[in-house]
Design a protein around this ligand. Structure first.
Ligand SMILES: NC(=O)c1ccc[n+]([C@@H]2O[C@H](COP(=O)([O-])OP(=O)(O)OC[C@H]3O[C@@H](n4cnc5c(N)ncnc54)[C@H](O)[C@@H]3O)[C@@H](O)[C@H]2O)c1
Ligand SMILES: O=C(O)C[C@H](O)C(=O)O
Length: 311
């Protein structure tokens, strides 16, 4: 099956590279507006094929959407990243225009695709995509929770002195410095609740570090991160292309679930060939529900800034 990645910058090229390494797509198209960049990165990756056993055909193109025709999944990474000191929400003006134009073009050639939105502010860009495209809600998925949960597992593993692969845990809510909700109550170390293993002060620090995980990396790198975001985007594409039915926290449109309507925000979902196969309605306790409500209110406020872009 064919997968398209729009935006061949740090995140898009990493999504593409991880997809190629995982060998689940027959063809991978990388598209950017910068003349020659996608072609160059696609050729560079194809020259690793022999060494890394890649059988996926990787094609690069400059703004030629005909090359993306009939994609099963379109991953949208085009847009500007934040710089140190900025919030993701500050990117809305520039990125709304970019995302809207990309969706319009991609849809002309892949009307049946599932769209994975990565560009920030991701929850609002996912909402914009849903409203602008008119596509059914199961085919619009925002990537945030997979990455944030992976960071949560990393910080928990650091606190426990173990490998992140032994940790289970998820982050729901918005993909923002103040809107993420790492669910410590459900996090485990090989089935043992982390709340039995770490004191409250340590857990509070893990939560705080997770929430500003992206900002921390932006401070270190001077631009936002790409390895874990790229792996997260590829993981969503893989779950859809392989119809794996994996449960992953993603940003999806809620229509009554979690008591919310007309919003795209992070909750656990089952991913498969249809995109979102099912929204998993986790029973939140009063404290978690209060955080979720606050997160929803903040994302709604950002959606309110879309203004004319929604028309
Ligand atoms: N949701 C997440 O978890 C997550 C994680 C990391 C980054 N991001 C976001 O992803 C976006 C990309 O980040 P990056 O680090 O790759 O940035 P980058 O600057 O390295 O790459 C962005 C690319 O998009 C391209 N582009 C711009 N307009 C385009 C258009 N109309 N059509 C096609 N391509 C276009 C640019 O030419 C550039 O190559 C940012 O908005 C960033 O905030 C989201
Ligand atoms: O932090 C950012 O701005 C990029 C991305 O959303 C991330 O979490 O790494």
């Amino acid at each position: 099956m064919k997968v398209t990645v729009v935006g061949a910058g740090n995140v898009g090229a990493t999504v593409a590279n991880v997809i190629a390494l995982k060998n689940f797509a027959s063809e991978l198209v990388l598209l950017d507006i910068k003349e020659g960049v996608s072609e160059g990165k696609a050729m560079d990756m194809m020259q690793t094929a022999h060494m890394l056993n890649i059988d996926t055909t990787i094609v690069g193109c400059t703004s030629d959407y005909s090359k993306t025709a009939n994609s099963k999944v379109v991953v949208v990474t085009s847009g500007i990243p934040r710089k140190p000191g900025m919030t993701r929400e500050q990117l809305i003006g520039t990125n709304a225009k970019i995302v809207k134009s990309v969706i319009d073009e991609a849809l002309k050639y892949s009307p049946d695709a599932v769209f994975v939105i990565i560009s920030n502010p991701m929850d609002t860009m996912t909402y914009l995509t849903l409203k602008d495209s008119g596509l059914p809600k199961n085919r619009i998925i925002g990537q945030g929770g997979m990455l944030d949960s992976s960071r949560f597992r990393y910080y928990l593993s650091q606190a426990l002195g173990c490998t992140p692969t032994d940790i289970d845990g998820m982050v729901i809510g918005g993909h923002g410095d103040t809107t993420m909700i790492p669910l410590t109550r459900f996090a485990t170390y090989r089935g043992v609740p982390v709340t039995d293993l770490l004191d409250k002060e340590t857990l509070d620090k893990v939560v705080a570090d997770t929430m500003v995980g992206g900002a921390t990396l932006t401070g270190l790198l001077g631009t936002s991160a790409w390895y874990a975001p790229g792996a997260a985007g590829a993981a969503l594409a893989e779950a859809i292309v392989t119809d794996s039915k994996k449960m992953i926290p993603c940003c999806v449109y809620l229509d009554g679930e979690y008591g919310e309507k007309d919003i795209c925000i992070g909750v656990p979902v089952v991913l498969g060939a249809n995109g979102i196969e099912k929204i998993v309605d986790v029973k939140l306790n009063a404290e978690e529900k209060a955080l979720f409500d606050k997160s929803v209110a903040a994302v709604r406020k950002t959606n309110g800034l879309l203004g004319d872009s929604l028309k």
